[in-house]
Design a protein around this ligand. Structure first.
Ligand code: AMP
Length: 180
């Protein structure tokens, strides 16, 4: 299992697509993409405001998606877990033998750099207020996930996301090489 973490605009979706290419074969689960396809009106409202969706709703959605997959050996999470509760659930699945232990990749980047990237992307929730709120949520709810995982003996690999997609991809591949 791979977990891709990082601010909105860090390039998680691009890296997830590169890791999904045939020869690498990672199956991406993007909770943001799932929500954009299936969100209720209330969830859409929260997304537009840059607020996080409730943990039980996200976990239920991910759980249902996992049930659809023939194998969970090469699952990549993009934008999940985004809270300590969600991370707890992931580690429960690992402890239960449902999924392998995760390789966690934290794509770090300066807020100002991603703000510029997001404005070019022009998605509905990429307004100034939406972006600011998502950064706040990241600091408050998502950053604590890093310490939580480390406390549970999981290495969080730091990836410099302020590089070309190809260079970021190479750094990620280096973290995926099995170490003996
Ligand atoms: P993303 O496409 O990953 O940037 O997600 C877009 C929006 O979907 C976020 O701003 C949240 O409102 C919501 N969202 C996506 N993933 C999660 C998650 N794991 N937990 C809570 N909310 C999420």
């Amino acid at each position: 299992m791979i977990i891709l973490m990082g601010l909105a605009g860090a390039g998680k979706g691009t890296q997830a697509r590169m890791l999904g290419e045939d020869h690498l074969g990672w199956t991406a689960i993007s909770t943001g993409d799932l929500l954009r396809a299936f969100a209720t009106d209330e969830q859409k409202r929260r997304m537009l405001a840059g607020d996080l969706i409730h943990d039980d709703e996200i976990i239920d959605m991910v759980d249902r998606r996992l049930h659809e997959l023939p194998s969970l050996d090469k699952v990549l999470f993009d934008g999940f877990p985004r809270s300590v509760r969600q991370a707890e659930w992931v580690l429960e699945q690992v402890a239960a033998g449902r999924m392998p232990k995760p390789v966690v990749l934290h794509m770090y980047i300066d807020e100002q750099v991603v703000r510029t990237r997001l404005k070019d992307r022009a998605r509905a929730d990429d307004t100034d207020e939406g972006i600011t709120r998502r950064f706040e949520e990241y600091r408050k709810a998502t950053e604590p996930v890093i310490a939580y995982l480390e406390q549970h003996d999981i290495t969080v690999n730091q990836i410099n996301a302020d590089q070309t997609p190809d260079a970021v991809h190479q750094d990620i591949l280096a973290c995926l090489v099995p170490r003996g």
